[in-house]
Design a protein around this ligand. Structure first.
Ligand code: NDP
Ligand code: AKG
Ligand code: MG
Length: 739
């Protein structure tokens, strides 16, 4: 066993971070005697902000750049990281977090929306690195292996979650572009020899602007470039907004403004401005004066209105009311508080929002808080077809049946900022008509697009080594689970055509005898997979980075009710392990409920599953048999937790996240006491098991009695550590046993 052997447990945001305050003490207590160090790294939004501004802080306020440290660690063989979901901050979230920190005495600068001086520009650059999906791409130095463990699948079969019925006359549908979008304009090449490129915009007078210089490309790397035409987008939106009104369905927009942090907020802004066209025409000057930027959502307009004199504000508010009456009804995020789908770009995120809609009879919520059929606008058509096919399937066959349906594990190409999700530093809103070219040092042009003012141009990359690793992982999973594997690639799409060449080149390096491996376009793959899951058959989806994200919410949410119960492993390319806890996010709604009534409905099963594989990995790497026993018994405990239905309830005054952690500890101790592989662990945990089980009733009472009243943790993004820890550990008896 090496001296430095450790597991790094990330401290993140919102519900998972609350859960950590209760679960981590259990983990530390259970692993202590086995020579396993559990180290925490704070990569919460607040800590990442503080780490970026040491020059604005006093000595004792400064924090280390934990994310940078973890990014380095992820490239080393000894990496063993447990990664909980974190906030990928939209601008409204970022500015809220900044304000909270400022109010707590951290003298960090405010976010400069429109930086004028060099100093402001430099501050904005620092904040823009923290914005959006800034954590996952840094840690994901490997490809993704996500699946529902057998126990989770079996549990869902026996205890199906609710599944809204589908009717063949549902008016719900997806609206997507048929020309002029990223999908239709894509061009792609594979780089023959390592080279350097620059991205250059040339206007109609021949004046050149270098958008990006010195971009190093490796041999065998696939690059692609594409453009979303602003004109085509606006035409499309105009048509679809009118159509939603005509069809009397809700209008909803589904984007990934967090991961696609440059392109998608721009598109979001166009949707808001198109929906409220008359309002924006009439008040253009005022909106400019008060700095309205609806790329950050319609909520930005409402906030800025507060600056106006009462008469003007009331006039605009009346015009907003009229616009809402004249337009189609908007899908609501929170009908009680009048929060629409267009308010905040991070409220409705496509990977989770589309499956939630499909699970709810294809409906979203209207202003009266009732379900209604919906037009789901997904402007770019690259992946929208997957949802179109799924919705058509449900209209034809009715809702899926969780008691009989098969499962769809995913092998996702993700390493080293693969594809679209790594494109934000090469995405540009075009300043004037002309062309954008990717040019090699020798001067030859690799890719070229004609562009117009306001178009969104972007370039993506995926390196050869991650592709080879992904293909290997697909074969390994197909072999290990004896399940057919489908590469979701469309030979008619430029990028996919290049990737298909690689699949055909590298697959023969592996023994695929007896395996069913095929390549199908995303729409064909959806239909093939849906037919099979309906009949109870399993199919591995082998996809690029975006479909990895979409499908690992879509199928789990249909199959087991949530993506929180997924095993989500990232075998790092240099030999380490990154263990993501579930495939979902940080569930902001759960924090609201916790603050209001001291009940946390967050389900930590993803944490339990991730820790078990992390311990197994630790055992192998460090030759630590105790870690193996701890991992195996933890899995046994998770199985028993499911069997005995000790997951958290959604309702106050019932077992919540903390109570669920108690049962996990009880069953884990029991399994350790019963095992015969390690006598020391057996002796140690027989005693702990006896104490936990003798005090079960007292502890559970303590964990339930504290509920039903509001709780103060002094903050949302950077709560007071003592308050939050006390709130998450209200059982004195349990705390004593653990210590
Ligand atoms: N890996 C990562 O770091 C990821 C981070 N995110 C971030 O998470 C935030 C929220 O994203 P969003 O799109 O709303 O997705 P979420 O997955 O956080 O939330 C969607 C819904 O899923 C349910 N849910 C998710 N996880 C759990 C859990 N462990 N236990 C119980 N229920 C759960 C909740 O349903 P209900 O309300 O019915 O209880 C929740 O409201 C954003 O800031 C986003 O950027 C998103 C995805 C991945
Ligand atoms: O990094 C993010 O913002 C989201 C990640 C995500 O949704 C996923 O990997 O499933
Ligand atoms: Mg996701």
């Amino acid at each position: 066993m090496t001296k430095t052997a450790k597991i790094v447990y990330t401290k993140t945001d919102e519900a998972p971070a609350l859960a950590t305050r209760s679960f981590l003490p259990i983990v530390q207590s259970f692993t202590k005697s086995s020579g396993i160090t559990i180290e925490t790294k704070d990569i919460s939004l607040a800590a990442r902000i503080l780490a970026a501004f040491p020059d604005f802080l006093t000595e004792d306020q400064k924090v280390a750049d934990a994310l940078a440290e973890l990014g380095e660690l992820a490239k080393k063989p000894e990496a063993n990281i447990i990664k909980l979901p974190n906030i990928s901050a939209s601008i409204p979230q970022l500015t809220d977090a900044i304000e909270e920190l400022q109010s707590k005495g951290y003298k960090i600068p405010s976010y400069p929306d429109e930086p004028k001086t060099d100093a402001e520009k430099e501050i904005k650059t620092r904040y823009d690195k923290i914005k959006g999906s800034a954590v996952n791409p840094v840690l994901r130095e490997g490809n993704s292996d996500r699946r529902a463990p057998k126990a989770v699948k079996n549990y869902a079969r026996k205890n199906p979650h609710s599944m809204g019925a589908w009717s063949s006359d549902s008016k719900t549908h997806v609206a997507t572009m048929s020309a002029g979008d990223f999908a239709h304009n894509e061009k792609s090449v594979t780089i023959a020899d390592a080279t350097n490129v620059k991205i250059v915009h040339t206007d109609t007078n021949g004046a050149q602007t270098v958008l990006k210089d010195n971009l190093a490309l490796l041999k065998g790397e696939i690059i692609d470039a594409t453009v979303m035409s602003k004109k085509a987008l606006l035409d499309f939106l105009d048509r679809e907004i009118k159509d939603a009104k005509a069809q009397d369905v809700l209008m909803s927009l589904h984007m990934k403004a967090t991961m696609m942090k440059v392109s998608d907020p721009i598109i979001f802004g166009h949707v808001v401005r198109t929906y409220f066209k008359s309002l924006f025409e009439k008040h253009a000057t005022t909106f400019k004066e008060i700095g309205v930027d609806v790329n950050n959502g319609f909520g930005n307009l409402l906030e800025n209105l507060e600056e106006l004199p009462t008469a003007k504000r009331e006039e605009i508010e009346a015009d907003i009311k009229t616009a809402l009456e004249n337009g189609p009804d908007l899908a609501m995020v929170n009908s009680d508080n009048g929060i629409t789908n267009l308010h905040v770009p991070s409220d409705v995120i496509i990977d989770a929002s589309m499956p939630a809609m499909i699970r709810t009879s294809g409906q979203m919520w209207n202003a009266e808080g009732k379900q209604q059929d919906t037009k789901a606008i997904i402007p770019d058509s690259s992946y929208a077809g997957v949802y179109i096919a799924t919705i058509d399937f449900c209209k034809k066959h009715g809702a899926f049946d969780p008691t009989t349906m098969g499962t769809v594990p995913n092998v996702g190409l993700m390493a080293q900022k693969a594809e679209e999700y790594g494109s934000h530093d090469k995405t540009f809103e075009i300043a004037s008509n002309g062309k954008v070219e990717v040019i090699v040092a020798s001067g030859s042009v690799l890719l070229s697009h004609a562009v117009e003012t306001g178009d969104i141009w972007r370039m993506c990359q995926v390196k050869d080594a991650p592709i080879q690793d992904w293909i290997k992982l697909a074969v390994t999973r197909a072999r290990a689970s004896q399940t057919p594997a489908v590469f979701w690639l469309d030979k008619n799409r430029a990028h996919d055509a290049e990737l298909i060449k690689k699949v055909n080149q590298y697959l023969p390096n592996h023994d695929t005898t007896g395996l069913d491996i095929r390549i199908l376009s995303p729409i064909d793959a959806t239909n093939f997979t849906l037919e099979r899951i309906k009949d109870g058959k399993d199919t591995i989806s082998v996809t690029g980075n975006v479909l990895r994200d979409y499908l690992t919410d879509l199928f789990p949410i249909l199959e087991v009710g949530t993506s929180a119960k997924m095993l989500s492993i990232v075998p790092l390319m240099n030999g380490g392990g990154l263990f993501e806890t579930g495939a979902g996010g940080s569930a902001p709604k759960h924090v609201q409920q916790f603050i209001k009534e001291n009940h946390l409905r967050w389900d930590s099963l993803g944490e339990f599953l991730a820790l078990a594989v992390s311990l197994e990995h630790f055992a192998i790497v460090n030759n630590n048999e105790k870690a193996r026993v701890l991992g195996e018994t933890l899995d046994d405990a998770s199985d028993k937790l499911l069997e005995n239905k000790k997951g958290p309830s959604r309702k106050v005054n019932e077992l919540d996240n903390r109570g669920s952690h108690f049962y996990l500890a009880l069953y884990w101790a029991e399994a350790l006491a019963k095992q015969t592989k390690d006598e020391e662990l057996k002796t140690e945990f027989s005693k702990i098991y006896a104490e936990l089980s003798a005090n079960e009733e007292t502890i559970i009472n303590e964990l339930i009695d504290c509920q039903g009243k509001s709780v103060n943790i002094d903050g949302y993004y950077y709560p007071n550590e003592d308050l939050v820890s006390n709130a998450m550990r209200p059982s004195k008896v349990l705390n004593n046993i653990l210590s």
